[in-house]
Design a protein around this ligand. Structure first.
Ligand SMILES: NC(=O)c1ccc[n+]([C@@H]2O[C@H](COP(=O)([O-])OP(=O)(O)OC[C@H]3O[C@@H](n4cnc5c(N)ncnc54)[C@H](OP(=O)(O)O)[C@@H]3O)[C@@H](O)[C@H]2O)c1
Length: 361
């Protein structure tokens, strides 16, 4: 009998759901046994429900093709066959909040890619290399939900992963003012060029809700648990513009930073390449060995050359140089649907398992 934990994917037919399924193929700890989506897909095999919508470059795993898709709204039924679920459903924010808590109340942990619970005070929002200690707030959440093993944990927005890890690595130099412009891939909207032909050779200077998330979510990562809730950090202040660009996968960020304590360029690079966290110490299955790479060439990082660094779980940084208005400026790149979405959530689940928060039911 399999010793792997049994996993369900909510929103399994969508772009992020498909990424979960691809990343979990042959996972050493987790086995996908249940797939759920909207009532439109329920009752069909996964292969039928996805039809021509498979968006990954690797083929659909054989093991999921004949799984009959369940209705996400049938919470007890879906939860009964799994140890925990990944959530990537696209519903209204209130519906997602309610349904994720409903799963938690069936004593099924929920590791979510959605934004709905990112500011729920007792829900941890975690990048495992940055703030793994925020999982400690789960005990207060369980008290509120009245559960013993069920809870919701989330990962942050994809846009921040190209610069928040970098600023974290530079924490001791006390960055206090940050200006970032993100150049975001179309897969971040769940789209390919086939679904969104208007994006070919185009730029759209607006992504709904993205600038506020890009400015505020890093502060929550750097916050502390106080009185059973996460209190966000007050600094650095971040201002951001988010631009949709004709790229399939990979969010690039061009960033300016002011520091209270003046570092040299060599010190900054040294902090980046030596930055490690619990995933590296514990050698979690999806952890990148090198979390942040620094590229010396003036024309890097480039999306096509660097987006898959460390299987899409690493962050690439380049063009670090002194600035005439700010202290330094740099360019960062990360994979938005791997590190920024499904891969980031899988790494959270691996850490939650390693720390005993997720166990077989
Ligand atoms: N794409 C990214 O990089 C990214 C990054 C971070 C966060 N997110 C968030 O992750 C979520 C999923 O994004 P996505 O890009 O994967 O979206 P998507 O491709 O549109 O997939 C949406 C999924 O939700 C299901 N769904 C839609 N309406 C539903 C309903 N009323 N009841 C139950 N299930 C329903 C769909 O099932 P059917 O196939 O049956 O319709 C599908 O499985 C969204 O909340 C999005 O904001 C996405």
């Amino acid at each position: 009998m399999s010793q792997k934990l049994k996993v369900g994917v909510l929103g399994a037919t969508g772009m992020v759901g498909q990424r979960f399924i691809s990343l979990l193929e042959n996972h050493p700890w987790f086995e996908v046994v249940t797939l759920a989506a909207s009532p439109r897909s329920a009752g069909k095999t996964y292969e039928e429900a996805v039809g021509g919508r498979w968006k990954m470059t690797t083929p659909m795993p054989e093991a999921v093709k004949n799984i009959v898709v369940m209705n996400v709204n049938e919470v007890e039924k879906v939860a009964s066959g799994v140890d925990f679920v990944f959530s990537a459903v696209d519903m209204s924010k209130d519906e997602i909040k309610a349904i994720e808590e409903a799963y938690a109340k069936t004593e099924t942990p929920v590791v979510s890619n959605n934004s709905a619970h990112r500011w729920t005070p007792d829900v941890p929002m975690v990048v495992p290399e940055i703030n793994p200690e925020h999982f400690e707030v789960i005990k207060f959440q369980k008290e509120r939900l009245g559960t013993t093993r069920g809870f919701v944990a989330v990962k942050p927005n994809c846009s921040i992963q190209s610069y928040a890890p970098v600023l974290t690595a530079w924490k001791e130099f006390e960055p206090y003012e940050v200006v970032a412009t993100t150049y975001q891939a179309i897969s971040g909207a769940g789209k390919t060029f086939k679904d969104w032909p208007e994006m070919v050779e185009n730029i759209i200077p607006y992504i709904g809700g993205e600038e506020e998330k890009s400015e505020q979510e890093p502060l929550r990562l750097w916050g502390n648990i106080e009185d059973g809730v996460i209190k966000k950090a007050a600094s650095p202040v971040i201002t951001c513009q988010c631009i949709r660009v004709p790229v399939l996968n990979g969010h690039t960020a061009a960033v300016f930073v002011k520091f209270k304590k003046q570092p040299t360029k060599e010190q900054l690079i040294e902090k980046l390449v030596n930055f490690k966290g619990l995933p590296q110490e514990l050698e979690l299955p999806s952890a990148p060995k090198q979390f942040i790479q620094y590229l010396e060439e003036d024309n890097r990082p480039q999306v096509t050359a660097d987006v898959d660094f460390e299987n899409g779980m690493g962050v690439s940084v380049g063009r670090l140089r002194e600035d005439t208005v700010y202290d330094y400026k740099f360019v960062g790149l990360s994979h938005n649907t791997v590190r920024g979405a499904a891969g980031g959530a899988v790494l959270c689940a691996e850490l939650l398992k390693a720390q005993g928060y997720i166990q077989a039911k």
